[in-house]
Design a protein around this ligand. Structure first.
Ligand code: IMP
Ligand code: MG
Length: 177
């Protein structure tokens, strides 16, 4: 039989709801009167983004961007590329990136650099989770949901081999590197 890892709950849906609501309060305070573009990093951020924006109360636009991923495991990425780009210009706009997890930091460092070259008025990062024990390049997270241990995280949009994105809690699985 094909054995699958069994996800175990790290943060429950109730904890997520409270944390997302607190993050939204902070973001509302900082973006009041502004008209930013929120850029969700596909695919992992889609559940978080959907919940977060429903707590926001300023004029905002939503965009998505997709980067090449590292595939199944958690090994260091090769070259990172934008595989699905933005549909609208961001020059002079306030930009808030919505990411699922900052792990080694390579993807987000690449993305910040890529977006900065397009000359936004401001560029900030909101991440659902942070795994600082794995960091290889420095990343400043302006709005953070949860710090997670050095485990493979799934659920609430995050996947392992495209599985478990639909789980309503943030879980971890025991998998090989
Ligand atoms: P980084 O470049 O190592 O910071 O991680 C880039 C991407 O890998 C993240 O945006 C996630 O999509 C994915 N990733 C890293 N760690 C995990 C994890 O624990 N669970 C699920 N996806 C992960
Ligand atoms: Mg991601």
């Amino acid at each position: 039989m094909d054995s699958q890892p069994r996800p175990q709950i790290l943060f429950s849906r109730e904890q997520i709801e409270a944390t997302v609501s607190n993050l939204a309060t902070e973001i509302n305070n900082n973006y009041r009167g502004k008209h930013p573009i929120l850029i969700g990093v596909l695919k992992g951020s889609f559940v978080f983004m959907a919940d977060l924006i429903r707590h926001l109360d300023f004029l905002l636009e939503v965009e998505f961007i997709r980067l090449s991923s590292y595939g199944r495991g958690r090994s260091t990425p090769g070259e990172i590329k934008v595989v699905q780009g933005l549909r609208s210009p961001i020059k002079g706009r306030d930009i808030l990136i919505i990411e699922d997890i900052v792990d080694t930091g390579h993807s987000i460092a690449f993305l910040m650099d890529y977006l900065q070259k397009k000359k936004p008025a401001s560029l900030r990062l909101c991440a659902l989770t942070d795994k600082p024990s794995r960091r290889q390049v420095p990343v400043t997270i302006d709005y953070l949901g949860f710090t997670v241990p050095n485990k493979f995280i799934v659920g609430y949009g995050l996947d392992w081999d495209e599985k478990f994105r639909y789980l309503p809690d943030i879980c971890f699985v025991e998998v090989e590197d």
